[in-house]
Design a protein around this ligand. Structure first.
Ligand SMILES: C[S@@+](CC[C@H](N)C(=O)[O-])C[C@H]1O[C@@H](n2cnc3c(N)ncnc32)[C@H](O)[C@@H]1O
Length: 283
């Protein structure tokens, strides 16, 4: 027999004053938070959060908690990383229960490792609460299984933020068949990503999808091939955040697309980035 609630409240004592919890908020849909994330949010006294943590997730936090926005857009760094690290240390030393709330999973393209290093170096008590990363969330809600026996035996998470044009990625490795590639932060680099994958041997007809504002009411899935997706997107004006999925699994979307964004709990993000212009300029 089940006794009490399915989600019993937990005492705040589980979250010690003067400690930091690095919490993954998942990809957008608040229903994708873990139970531990929800508990930490309920007992937090200070919450430092990113740009990709939506209002619906923050609404679940302790209403009396102090909220500090430390997000980073492409061109707007509200607080440098060293400043964020120091703020975490300072709040913890002030005896607060601190939640560092990050989109997706803290350890996947989230600089959670650097924050953990800084806290450990200062002797601050810290824990990591993993979250559903954008690749898992967006792929699931787009009906694109990241692995599938008929299409992909492995999956790779890759940064699409090409610092030095394209020189920083191992393109021959990425262009091997039988794998799924997931590019984070890849919208601006999309034309170059498609060009390089074809130049290194993937067929130009390889399916590719761009998932826009995945798991939210604004989710859109744009599909094409390595040859034509950049041009198609110029007309669609996708809004960040966006995730790129490349490989045979993308062809399953047409049959497996189950998610109805209009029924979603999370609204999505307002952004003013001129994505269409950026894509045209790069193409
Ligand atoms: C700095 S990375 C942080 C990733 C995060 N730590 C995670 O595990 O998902 C930000 C990138 O994640 C991707 N992303 C995060 N949430 C997304 C969403 N809801 N829909 C599409 N892409 C998303 C985008 O590629 C975005 O540029």
């Amino acid at each position: 027999m089940v006794q009490g609630s399915v989600f019993p409240g937990t005492p705040a004592s589980e979250f010690s004053p003067g400690s930091v919890s690095l919490v993954g908020a998942g990809p957008g849909d608040p229903e994708l938070l873990t139970l531990r994330a929800l508990r930490r949010l309920a007992h937090a006294e200070v919450i430092l959060h990113d740009r990709l943590v939506g209002a619906e997730v923050l609404a679940l936090a302790n209403p009396d908690a102090q909220r500090v926005y430390v997000g980073k857009a492409r061109s707007d760094h509200s607080l440098p990383q060293e400043g964020i690290n120091q703020a975490l240390v300072d709040w913890a030393r002030a005896g607060k229960r601190v939640v560092r709330l990050k989109g997706g999973d803290p350890f996947i393209f989230g600089r959670g490792g650097e924050e953990l290093e800084a806290l450990v170096a200062e002797g601050i008590a810290v824990e990591v609460v993993p979250g559903i990363t954008a690749a898992s969330g967006c792929a699931a809600y787009a009906g694109i299984p990241l692995t599938h026996r008929d299409h992909a035996q492995s999956v790779r998470f890759v940064t699409g933020h090409l610092k030095n044009d394209s020189a920083d990625l191992d393109w021959p490795c990425l262009a091997r068949p039988g794998q799924t590639l997931v590019f984070y932060m890849g919208l601006h680099g999309l034309p170059e990503i498609c060009r390089q994958l074809v130049a290194h041997g993937l067929p130009a007809s390889t399916p590719i999808a761009l998932v826009e504002q995945g798991t939210t009411a604004r989710q859109r899935v744009h599909r094409g091939t390595l040859a034509d997706l950049p041009d198609r997107l110029a007309a669609a004006s996708p809004r960040p955040p966006t995730l790129i999925i490349v490989g045979g699994v993308v062809s399953l979307h047409a049959a497996l697309d189950w998610f109805r964004p209009e029924a979603a709990a999370a609204g999505g993000w307002e952004t003013r980035e001129p994505c269409r212009e950026a894509l045209r300029a790069k193409a």
